[in-house]
Design a protein around this ligand. Structure first.
Ligand code: GDP
Length: 333
């Protein structure tokens, strides 16, 4: 028996392809669809379907008769990995986007939802960032390859909508966290990276833990299940060529995050801020008024979300896996 919500665009017998279903975002969308009783999900591992292979992607869409697509597959990574592999990031993300979007158009997909990321906005965007800020200034150089490819994907959806009438729309999620996140000690984003460090400090009985930067930068965080609900809302009721920001619209300092993390993980020692590590941009928060006007609101507070993510990480043994064995599949840079 699924949770209660009435759907009209997404029908329960529809064939729904979630590309990237093993990652942070894709897995959250699958959980949410399943909880609403959608059972006709089409999920393919990388070994079963190589999204970089145009012919394979076309064959897949021709044979599978897909009705709806969530494009959660992307090559993603933290700032260091991203900046050192920009050729791979631009090539793979362009190919994944172009192959899926074009084949979806060719084989009559009814609606497609593409994922951008708040890190593809210009480096010096107004805060909170409105949708209109896209392409209004230079990008952050360290992730230019990734950003150019994702912007191309967003624009492909828009152009297929206006030229061919294909209902292909996009969302721009803020920093997300939750189950299936990447807990690599150095290559991850702040929540899983910090969670690992606090966990190891608490378990090891350390008297202090070090947090990167001054603690003053402000960031917005969204639990992946809240995002999944927003993605379903956009799939249901957003029908124009373009995209919508998805976030909480509220930000916290890294210092506040660290104290909440200590509470969740049970670390009682001293928190030291290492100002020799980069702070990055001082503030990053999205203007989410448009998506909220569709009736969506985030439900999970930062503390509750951190507790859920921590429970998942403990259950999945995410802290004890060797860094190399973690698949990096987290959108957002
Ligand atoms: P950003 O939002 O693109 O800057 O990406 P991050 O999530 O990597 O970093 C956000 C902020 O958290 C930056 O100011 C970091 O210096 C700070 N931070 C504190 N501790 C950590 C950590 O363990 N890992 C990461 N990635 N960032 C951290």
């Amino acid at each position: 028996m699924g949770s209660l919500r009435v759907f009209s665009t997404l029908t329960h017998d529809a064939r729904i392809f979630v590309a990237g279903h093993k990652g942070l975002v894709g897995s959250a969308i699958v959980r949410r669809l399943t909880s609403y009783g959608f059972s006709n999900l089409v999920l393919k591992t990388r070994a079963e379907l190589d999204l970089l292979d145009q012919a394979a992607v076309r064959d897949f869409f021709r044979e599978e008769k897909i009705d709806f697509v969530f494009v959660c597959a992307a090559k993603v990574g933290g700032i260091l990995h991203n900046s050192r592999h920009q050729a791979d990031f631009i090539y793979e993300n362009l190919m994944i986007s172009a192959n899926i979007i074009q084949a979806a158009a060719l084989y009559d997909v009814k609606k497609l939802l593409y994922l951008g990321s708040s890190c593809i906005y210009p480096k010096f965007s107004p805060q909170p960032i409105p949708e209109e800020a896209l392409l209004s200034g230079p990008l952050e150089p360290t992730n230019e390859g990734y950003a150019i490819a994702k912007i191309a994907g967003l624009k492909m959806c828009e152009k297929f909508y206006t030229q061919y009438g294909k209902c292909f729309v996009s969302v721009m999620p803020t920093n997300m966290y939750g189950p299936n996140d990447n807990f690599h000690p150095d290559h991850s984003h702040v929540i899983p990276g910090m969670m690992r460090r606090f966990h190891e400090a608490a378990r090891g009985g350390a008297s202090s833990v070090t947090v990167w930067g001054t603690g003053s930068p402000r960031r917005e965080f969204l639990y992946s299940d809240d995002f999944a609900e927003a993605a379903l809302t956009v799939m249901e009721s957003y029908n124009e060529p373009g995209f919508l920001n998805v976030g909480t619209g509220e930000d916290v300092t890294i210092c506040e995050l660290a104290f909440t993390m200590a509470k969740v993980v049970g670390f009682k020692g001293e928190i030291i801020f290492d100002s020799s590590k980069p702070d990055g941009t001082p503030r990053k928060v999205l203007d989410v008024s448009k998506v909220k006007s569709l009736g969506w609101e985030p439900q999970i507070s930062l503390e509750v979300g951190l507790r859920l993510a921590y429970e998942w990480a403990l259950g999945a043994d995410a802290f004890s896996l060797s860094p190399e064995s973690r698949v990096v599949q987290v959108p957002g840079v």
